[in-house]
Ligand binder design. Structure first.
Ligand code: TXA
Ligand code: MG
Length: 353
């Protein structure tokens, strides 16, 4: 195995000579992991079919799961999308660079391996100096899924990428932890009305303020029946441990989690809890492994720390993770979505939720 090289770069003003090295790898058909504002991406030249095929092999990703094409400017948008409607233009102007992925009609130039044979293409302009510099220096759009092994949580640090992909890719640009921590919102603009295929960094409320009512795709059908967005597959963002997600009012989920922790501990299992900072005292007298993700009121902090906390619990060898929910407004919708997909069991402590 040839170990993957990790190259630290300044996240605010990346060193041009380091970006040039990474861009040379992209231009030669190689694979480079790089930070975006959401999570680390695993990039290849989007217009090079063989390079893109290598992404699927490195990740162990099924070929029916299409990739997002990352662009740096409007010129590249016209290269990858066959048509850009007025709505698409407006959203791009308002939310790019940023965590919004638009599904648009695919241009001929984009090989079908990128789009899993679909006639649509998912496009976004990332809001991260390293990602933008890499795309510009490569002089090509970059196809990139999250830089994790298929089925694992998305990486928010270069270390997470290395843990999953060492020896499978040429280079990781290490620009530090990613500022948002959950993936982009995927919005399909190829239907009669816009549909959110995956909640993410741009809250539905912000899109509704721009577009009026939009639809949200709740569950995708199983792979063999064709799927609009495989990111919607249940059990997609799974940690190794069994995960139980508790949804309901805070004053009812905490006692329920505590009770479950006691039952699991009595059964001799190694128990992890994923909670808000202020919840820690509820479990202080129990022999559990705790990961706190910030004050519950600070959803930006929770999103930023969520995937790292799941990986940290896995690394400590817990057999079961009890995780709390953070609500269903703003970023909490994306947080709930990822935890729900990671969960084996969802416990609702109130019929109202
Ligand atoms: O924040 C993000 O979106 C990160 C960073 C690296 O940009 N990328 C990411 O990529 O999360 P990935 O591959 O893990 O998720 C891409 C999602 C999947 O749910 C995929 O099914 C959906 O976008 N997607 C891609 N192309 C599509 C298309 N043509 N139609 C519908 N959904 C599509
Ligand atoms: Mg992914």
């Amino acid at each position: 195995m040839i170990p993957t090289q990790v190259l630290p770069v300044r996240s605010d003003h990346p060193e041009p000579e380091l970006i040039a090295r990474a861009a040379a790898i992209i231009r030669a058909g190689g694979l480079v992991a790089f930070p975006t504002e959401t999570v680390y991406g695993l990039g290849a030249d989007a217009l090079n079919q063989e390079a893109v095929a290598r992404i699927f092999i490195a990740k162990g990703r099924p070929v029916y799961d299409p990739l997002i094409v990352h662009i740096a400017d409007a010129v590249q948008l016209r290269r990858v999308a066959r048509s850009v409607t007025e709505t698409a233009r407006r959203l791009a102007e308002r939310f790019w660079p940023g965590p919004l992925t638009l599904v648009l009609p695919r241009a001929e130039a984009v090989p079908t391996v990128v789009t899993a044979g679909l006639d649509t293409v998912a496009v976004r302009c990332p809001n991260h100096p390293v990602a933008l510099a890499l795309i510009e220096a490569s002089q090509t759009p970059i196809a990139a899924p999250s830089a994790n092994r298929f089925g694992r949580t998305s990486p928010t640090t270069a270390r997470h990428v290395l843990d999953d992909l060492n020896g499978r890719i040429e280079l990781i640009l290490d620009g530090g932890p990613t500022p948002i921590g959950v993936e982009s919102t995927v919005l399909d603009l190829t239907r009669l009305t816009p549909v959110i295929l995956r909640p993410g960094g741009v809250p539905a409320e912000a899109l509704e303020a721009e577009l009026g009512a939009i639809a949200v795709q709740e569950h995708a059908p199983a792979p063999e029946t064709g799927m609009p967005s495989p990111g919607l597959l249940d059990r997609h963002y799974a940690p190794k441990a069994e995960l139980r997600l508790f949804i309901g009012p805070t004053d009812s989920i905490l006692p329920a989690m505590r009770g479950e922790a006691q039952v699991q501990l009595a059964a001799g299992r190694r128990v992890g809890v994923l909670v808000a900072d202020e919840d820690a005292e509820t479990f202080a007298d129990l022999d559990v492994i705790g990961e706190t993700v910030g004050p519950a009121a600070d959803l930006n902090a929770v999103a930023r720390r969520l995937f790292g906390a799941l990986r940290a619990l896995d690394a400590q060898g817990v057999e079961v993770i009890l995780a709390r929910d953070f609500g269903a407004h703003g970023l909490a919708t994306a947080i709930r979505d990822r935890l729900r997909r990671a969960a084996d069991i969802v416990v609702k402590t109130s019929s109202l939720e």
